[in-house]
Design a protein. Sequence first.
Length: 695
Amino acid sequence: MKEKIIEFNKQFGLKTEFITDSEIEGYSLGNTIYINGNSNDIEKVNKHELLHFFENDEIFQRIKEEILKLNEDKLEKIRSEYYLRYSGLYSEEEIQRGIIDTEIVIDILTGNYIFTYDQGLKLGDYVLKEITKSLEQKRYLNLSLTSQINNMNMPKWDKLFVLNFYDGKEHIFPQKEGRQEKIQEDIKRELERLYNLPKEDFVINPESKDIIREYESELKALESRGEDTSYYKSYKEQTLKELSNHFTNQLYEEYRHIVDFIKGTSYEDSFKALMLRETLLKTYKLDTTNGKKTIVNKRNMHETISSHMTLNETVLNTIYNNVDNYNSFANLYFAGLEIFNQTISQRNNISLENVDTHGMGHWIKFDGKTSDEKNYLKNAQELSSLVKDTPWCTKTLASTQLAQGDFYVFVDNDNKPHIAVKTSGNEIDEVRGILNGNAQELEEDYRKVAISFLENNKEIKNGDKWLRKEEWNKRLIKYIHDIENGTFETKDVKQLIEDCFGNYEFKAHFGKSTNKDKLKSLLLKIKKNFAEYFGCDESEIAVGNIDFKFDEEYRTIEICPYKCIVGDVYFPPSIKDLGNLTIIVGNALFSSLGTESLGNLTTIGGDAVFHYSRVQDLGNLTTIGGEALFGYSEIKDLGNLKHIGAITTFNSYINDFRKLEYLGYVCGSENMDYKYHQEFDETGHRIHKENSIKR
């Protein structure tokens, strides 16, 4: 039963402790219910204390009024009895305010009274059931004062401090003698502690889920940009420690900023202490994916990298002045953020020179640490608040990102964010939208706004790359439109192939491009155009990915029946001859191919995988548009191969690279002659076509 009660109380955000004091059945203090474990009915005692927690809720007050009205003829006698029972526990003032009636009603609702009220237990369970509908409210700062605390002669926020601070364990509620003086001492002591937390309290565990998640996210981001991640994978432990140090420094610096701000305000100490405790002990999030849902989690400062709450003048004023109008602290907090967001947009309505917004909204610039070291943490709070309902990680990592550079957000005329431009130093690091969740793609209507921004900033490092990416997306949308409307023209096939099967640097967040995926799903509709472009019959072209082993129609085929495959292809041992195949537009997997020669094949537009294959002769192959993976293969000579577009691995047999006219990126280059290693790429970074080496 004890375990059942503990779990039952958890849903209300309350802790349960069992005591052995023979003179006390139970009591509640802070967020804990204390129950005498030797009581005859600990479940009734628990429900009694639970209802005390919610005695000021509307539902309870309504039921209370109904019960008292129905028992008016018995109240005088009942009250006299309860007066004798509780006169030593409650002050005369508390009794005058109605605590006796509350005790009577709670006893009726829990079946603890000497007479039976037929609807009592049923109504008691009903009250608790209704209260569970607002359970989220009880997980954050408790605003519902109990009668005992409400009757104290002290300011509202001092009373709320008492309600939320004393837990009966680490912090013991002072006894009657000198109680208020001791409470004031505890407030000042707690505030002083919160002002001076050591940096050690903020050290993030390198093995925490948040750090691991950030590490994996960074790897994906680097890989999506075509950058080498082998160092970070080889030195994972060191990388995790570096990430831990980075976030530790950021969160500690953010904490010091909040402390310095709160110190300078004129609020009473109890309010300051409660606000600091809240941001240090909990994390708040408003999930708007399906309606509005508040998520409040306990903060473990050694495990989480989430930023602190946004505590500034606007938010704190809203909380301080409206506490009596809210039962939920989270709703009060988010109301403050809403007001604050409106002031952000108004104050930061910066029009970037020569950037066309097409009348759709305006750009807001948030100065980073290098631009405004004094105010960048304040700017981070504003940025985090503005983007809280977007899929961008900026909502929790704003201070980290502003430490790297400035941040630009495009908001519509209702102040809703649509485009984020993150800079790192003097380069454009990311351009994100809000479409398709984690893909964070730009909405089509807003792409022209982003292109205008990038067009005017293309001289900035990476500006031209992001501009080309969005122009690429624009072309993909046009192809999709033309195919769906039957207006696609053969003259556009060449560019479509490059856009659909090339452009390895143009990836969405986490590597997915929904526009590209949709376009590929429509290619079969323009098979005739592909045939015209490649100069062959439609029967000689396959459009779509082909698996010769598992696709039913190909299982018995030994010779490839196509001249051109517009898609990816997997070759099994059953394919003994590539026949007249000259072009593979997508990726090609040769690991199980049943022949040693590629025959007439001249072009592979995507990746070519030769790992563990029988292939020894590349035949007429001149171009691999993507990665060329020769490791663990039998290939000793690159033959006529002139162009390799992306990351490449070689085996130890290959030493002659003189026929290559272009090598996009070298990995495993220790097997290359040093002279050619230097020619292709000394640092291991990707070389784009426009910078390719010609000999």
